[in-house]
Write a protein that binds this ligand. Structure first.
Ligand SMILES: [Zn+2]
Length: 160
C-alpha cells in the first residue's frame, strides 16, 4: 500500500563526463556524479509535478510524478513491446535464414519479404532489450525541466 503511494528517486548532478581514447586505446567513458535521494508522493490519480532541489547546486528541477495505475500501465506496455520484439526477431531471423540459404533457380530473385525480414531482425534485436530496460526502469517520474545546464541533471529510480 505504502509502496504504491510513494516512489524513491535520486537526483544526480553530473560532475564530469569524460570520454577517453577511441583511436589506439579502447574508448572509455567516465561519468561522475553526486546524488541526493527523494521520496516522492504519488497522486491518487493522474499526474502532478513536484520541484526538487539539487543537493549539489541547489538548482530546482521540475519533475512529474504519475499515479501508480498509470505507471504500471506504462511498464506493462514496454514489457509487451519487448516480448513482441523478441518474437519478431526470432521469427524474422528464422525466415531470413531459410530464404537466404535457398539455392534459387536461375532468373529468380529473392522474395520481397526477404529484405523486410532482414530489417525486422535488426529492429527486433535493438528493440527487445531497450524496451525491457524501459519497462524495468520506469517508475513514473520524468524530468520536465531544469535550469541550465539541464543535461547536467538526471533523475534515476532507486530500488530498495
Ligand atoms: Zn545540480
Amino acid at each position: 500500500m505504502n509502496a504504491q503511494r510513494t516512489v524513491k528517486v535520486a537526483v544526480r548532478h553530473i560532475l564530469s563526463d569524460v570520454v577517453k581514447g577511441g583511436v589506439v586505446t579502447p574508448r572509455t567513458r567516465t561519468v561522475t556524479w553526486a546524488s541526493g535521494q527523494f521520496q516522492l508522493k504519488r497522486p491518487a490519480e493522474g499526474r502532478h509535478s513536484v520541484e526538487l532541489e539539487c543537493p549539489v547546486c541547489t538548482a530546482s528541477i521540475l519533475a512529474e510524478v504519475s499515479d501508480h495505475t498509470r505507471t504500471r500501465r506504462v511498464r506493462n506496455i514496454w514489457a509487451v513491446v519487448s516480448a513482441i520484439s523478441l518474437v519478431v526477431f526470432v521469427a524474422a531471423l528464422g525466415y531470413a535464414f531459410q530464404e537466404g540459404g535457398k539455392t534459387l533457380p536461375e532468373g529468380q530473385s529473392l522474395p520481397v519479404l526477404f529484405p523486410v525480414s532482414v530489417v525486422a531482425v535488426f529492429v527486433g534485436f535493438a528493440m527487445a532489450p531497450t524496451a525491457w530496460l524501459r519497462s524495468r526502469n520506469h517508475v513514473g517520474v520524468t524530468m520536465l525541466d531544469a535550469p541550465r545546464p539541464r543535461r547536467g541533471h538526471r533523475i534515476v529510480p532507486v530500488r530498495d
